[in-house]
Design a protein around this ligand. Structure first.
Ligand code: ADP
Ligand code: ZN
Length: 520
């Protein structure tokens, strides 16, 4: 790398060294290569395109979905002495003309653009005539319907980039990368050949825990928990504005310095509450997921989920706001299955595709909560990463749990996957081994297979647990192209040839746990 670039890291951004993959990524962009960056929130994605933008000739276009955050980012760059602007619907005609003249003059190093503005014909024409160094697509997961915040305009980006210039280097960045979403992004931007830089999603300083959610006791439990934290900073996430207001008030009347945050509050109240939290006038912010984007408070010591999030992506992002300083953070979720059902009901008016996708995301969430597998292993597996060992730093690792030898059951499900030619999802495999009759089983003649009904003495939950753990252990795989279809892995073949004992842990039974706690 050019020394001048390294100097800029220190001189302009004030950082002594690169973090993680940053240097490799910056290098790759400087070479003009298409680049795909997957990095957890807070790891430092912005620098990856900001530094090359400063070092290259011309203007880098940064496509970013959040108009609200654009101004902050541009202000921050300006304060570093970098010429940066944004182009979005909040600008007046004369303001946007001024921005354009700076771009034309070759002064602007970074131009932030909202996807809606990018699709405007006059802007495309304008950018066509400007000198563009590269295009960065922030929050690239918005391209994918399989992600958790799909933005239809994102799907037009590729064709617009091609109109703006031939062979403009593209850098896509996201903090969401289940293998499915990753595929979708690459395909949609036609950047399958791009160099991929994927950082680990393992946040080793975060302790993950799930407790049963009980009607009144959970509130008491939260109050007690917060008091035991003695003024440390924390966030409580709730699903609805109403619940946010209720919990914030409950904490306040119990002598806790808490403030609410949700999109329904007046702008100035919201800003005040957020500032009070940042300045430690209040210890706890009770919030909907509207809170947290772009907020960088390094010493949040705990994140409590009073309600279950809609997806593991959301959960990971929200819990990720704890322990940014690298010190311990506690991620505590209160769970009951009814909340999953409630969320499913909210989705009933969505178009079929979206509804089905939301349902899959929710079922993954429920599976995480109910599983007694190491939380970190489960979570990282979801993001396409493999941990070979349990982490020792989550509730499931700390607790002794009920396990059984899964050799026979694994043999059954792996054989079932093989017998059905690796073309079916979990639900079908479960129906098959349980010997159910339904139209699929009948139309495929699956009731003639050797594994049909082999596991009818055990319930569907049991078989799902076995299948999930088989996947976490690499004994089976999921097809990332066809969400949900279960495939054989290398390990399955060797397992079928010579089966060996595998410890499977039983799921938590939250209903039973709730009863026991209530009885105490
Ligand atoms: P992301 O977009 O991945 O969520 P950001 O780009 O907002 O993350 O960066 C998160 C924080 O890390 C910011 O406060 C940023 O200033 C800081 N940061 C980024 N790169 C470095 C670095 N090389 N050294 C020190 N701090 C860094
Ligand atoms: Zn663990």
């Amino acid at each position: 790398m050019d020394n001048a670039v390294k100097d800029n890291l220190k001189k302009i951004f004030g950082f002594n060294q690169f973090r993680g993959n940053q240097q490799l990524i910056v290098d790759n962009i400087l070479k003009g290569n298409n680049t795909f960056v997957i990095m957890p929130t807070g790891a430092g994605k912005s620098l990856c395109y900001q530094l090359p933008a400063v070092s290259k000739e011309g203007t880098a276009i940064v496509i970013s979905p959040l108009i609200a955050l654009m101004k902050n980012q541009v202000d921050q760059l300006n304060s570093f002495g970098i010429n940066a602007h944004f182009l979005n619907s909040t600008l007046s005609k004369s303001e946007s003309n001024r921005v354009k003249s700076e771009v034309s003059a070759g002064l602007t190093k970074l131009l932030y653009v909202a996807p809606e503005s990018l699709t405007k014909e006059e802007n495309i024409q304008f950018l066509k005539n400007a000198t563009i160094s590269f295009v960065a697509i922030d929050e690239a997961h918005c391209i994918s319907e399989w992600g958790h915040d799909f933005r239809p305009e994102y799907r037009k980006i590729k064709s617009i980039i091609s109109q703006i210039g031939d062979n403009l280097p593209v850098i896509a960045l996201t903090a969401t990368a289940t293998p499915k979403v990753q595929q979708d992004i690459q395909r949609n931007l036609q950047m399958e050949e791009a160099d991929l830089f994927k950082s680990s999603f393992n946040r080793t300083n975060l302790y993950y825990e799930v407790r049963p959610k009980l009607k009144n006791d959970t509130k008491k439990e939260i109050i007690k928990y917060i008091k035991s934290q003695k003024g440390k900073s924390g966030i409580i996430y709730c699903l609805s504005r109403k619940k946010v207001a209720e919990i914030a008030e409950l904490l306040q009347v119990n002598g806790i310095k808490a403030a609410p945050y949700h999109a329904g509050l007046d702008g100035h109240v919201r800003i005040k509450n957020q500032d009070d939290f940042l300045n430690e006038e209040v210890d706890v912010i009770v919030a909907t997921i509207a809170f947290g984007m772009g907020i960088d408070k390094p010493d949040v010591r705990y994140v409590i989920h009073y309600d279950v999030p809609k997806s593991l992506e959301g959960y990971y992002q929200e819990t990720g706001r704890a322990g940014r300083d690298g010190l311990e953070g506690h991620c505590l979720m209160f769970y009951r299955y009814e909340d999953i059902l409630k969320l499913e009901k909210f989705n009933k008016d969505k178009p079929v595709n979206e509804r089905e996708n939301s349902k899959v995301l929710l079922q993954e969430m429920a599976a995480y909560a109910e599983s007694s597998v190491c939380r970190r292993r489960f979570l990282l597996h979801y993001f396409g990463e493999t941990l070979d060992k349990d982490c020792g730093f989550c509730d499931n690792c700390k607790k002794t749990k009920e396990t059984f030898d899964g050799k026979e059951d694994l043999l059954t499900v792996i054989t079932a996957v093989k017998e059905t030619n690796q073309r079916f999802s979990m639900d079908h495999i479960v129906s098959l081994v349980r010997g159910e009759k339904n139209e699929y089983i009948e139309s495929y003649d699956h009731d003639k297979l050797s594994t049909y009904g082999l596991g009818k003495d055990k319930d569907a939950t049991h078989w799902k647990t076995v299948l999930r753990q088989a996947m976490i252990f690499g004994l089976l795989e999921k097809d990332i192209e066809n969400y949900g279809i279960i495939l054989l892995s290398k390990k399955s073949e060797s397992f079928l040839k010579a089966p060996y004992p595998v410890k499977i842990s039983k799921n938590h039974n939250f209903e039973e746990m709730a009863e026991n706690v209530s009885a105490e």
